[in-house]
Design a protein around this ligand. Structure first.
Ligand code: FES
Ligand SMILES: [Fe+2]
Length: 417
């Protein structure tokens, strides 16, 4: 249980709030680069700030104030040029650093046109593994962490976004919540498919460990032992707002206090013998969350998670909860946030920030699936393993994979539809 004031500290993300300032110290994934292939301009709202993301004709990414520095027109209705983005109201041109490059009327009529003081808000953007990351904190920006999976080759990658109608922190608490797998995904999943015996293997033992880049949770379920990778390796609640499960990442990026952009990046190694596989473009798609009646879609794993997150309310009321021993990881995570918030208030840099380019190049995380993802297995071996077989058959994580993404996947894997 938390006091209302402590709950506010964890959940408020606007500019100037303690948590907002903390999250701004880390690069945040905000879009798929492939989203800008059609329309090179996308509106984004991040931590309460309305912004425009664009790729100019020179290939530079920009993330600037949604409103023009001149008289606040919507830059989303502008257009990109060789350098920068131009407002459609009076033609001001702005670049990715926020500098105003042109003010057509002044440039025509004034003998010495000056743009001093007409800069707009701008944040750095970097592309990595098909994702676009933005940094909204004080400069100089730290290094963008290149997690090891981003360097893996011969894999089919895809990015799935979802607009989740609740605060980011309840989504992130799910990254350190092993027991929900048994109930939400296994027992409830079985009921949704017409079964119903609460027969999923029970969790017998949990362990949570802290490290620089977050927490590792380990578990033993019925039928497993301490020899199992779920105990010897575990999974990672990635600091500060991610989740890493061996073959995919999820991030819970705050849109504002009451909305979250779920960004998930998936990697699927092509079967042995299909190398080299080079993916030209990482597809990005948006998972619909509700059916035509307005009820949440419950058929897919992350859609189920979203039912839990959104079900806790726009901002979960943690004054009314009852934490038990299954929630030790949750308490650890909150504890680290409070510690880091205090450290920041004392002028220190929060943990897990990488300033050395070398160190950022390929960061290994505990990974239960490293060998499978690097070495690969043959198609025949896929067929022998029920989980792998299922992964080839359909995309189980998010509802709504577009047919063209399925086609690209099938082609990459060398399987039939
Ligand atoms: S408002 Fe954008 S150029 Fe005038
Ligand atoms: Fe889940």
């Amino acid at each position: 249980m938390l006091t209302a004031a402590r709950n506010e500290m964890l959940t408020r993300v606007g500019p100037g709030t303690p948590m907002g300032e903390l999250l701004r110290r880390y690069w945040q994934p905000i879009a798929g680069a492939s989203e800008l292939d059609g329309n090179p301009i996308k509106t984004v709202r991040l931590m309460g700030e309305d912004l425009v993301l664009y790729r100019d004709r020179g290939g530079r990414y920009g993330l600037i104030d949604r409103h023009c520095p001149h008289r606040r027109a919507d830059m989303a209705y502008g257009w990109v040029e060789e350098t920068g983005i131009r407002c459609s109201y009076h033609g001001w041109l702005v670049d990715q650093t926020g500098r105003c490059l042109e003010q057509p009327y002044e440039d025509t009529t004034s003998p010495k046109p000056s743009k001093a003081g007409c800069e707009t808000k701008a944040y750095p953007v970097k592309e990595c593994a098909g994702l676009l990351f933005a940094y909204l904190g004080p400069l100089p920006a730290p290094e963008l962490p290149v997690w090891e999976p981003f360097t893996w080759r011969n894999g089919f990658r895809e990015i799935v976004l979802a607009d989740v109608p609740c605060n980011w922190f309840q989504c992130q608490e799910n990254s350190i919540d092993p027991v929900h797998f048994e109930w939400m995904h296994d027992n409830w999943g079985a009921r949704l498919r017409g079964g119903g015996a609460n027969a999923a293997p029970k969790h017998l033992k949990l362990k949570f460990e802290a490290f620089d880049h977050g927490f590792i949770y380990k578990r033993v379920r019925e039928g497993q032992s301490e020899e199992d990778r779920y105990w010897t390796v575990g999974r990672v609640a990635l600091w500060p707002n991610g989740f890493y499960l061996g073959s995919h990442f999820e991030w819970r990026v705050p849109v504002d206090d009451e909305n979250t952009l779920s960004v998930a990046w998936f990697f699927m190694r092509v079967p042995k013998g299909r190398e080299p596989y080079v993916q030209e473009r990482v597809p990005t798609w948006v998972s619909p969350l509700q059916d035509e009646t307005g009820r949440f879609i419950t058929s897919h794993v992350i859609n189920q998670d979203i039912v839990a997150w959104a079900g806790q309310g726009r901002i979960a009321d943690r004054t009314k909860e009852h934490l038990r021993s299954s929630d030790i990881g949750i308490t650890m995570m909150r504890g680290r946030f409070f510690e880091e918030l205090e450290a920041m208030a004392a002028g220190k840099e929060p943990g897990g920030i990488i300033r050395s380019a070398n160190e950022a190049q390929c960061i290994a995380l505990p990974n239960m699936a490293r060998e499978f993802n690097i070495e690969g297995v043959t198609l025949a071996e896929f067929d022998k393993d029920p989980i792998l077989r299922q992964r080839l058959k359909e995309f189980r994580h998010h509802y709504g994979q577009p047919a063209e993404v399925r086609r690209e996947f099938v082609e990459a894997m060398g399987i039939s539809g």
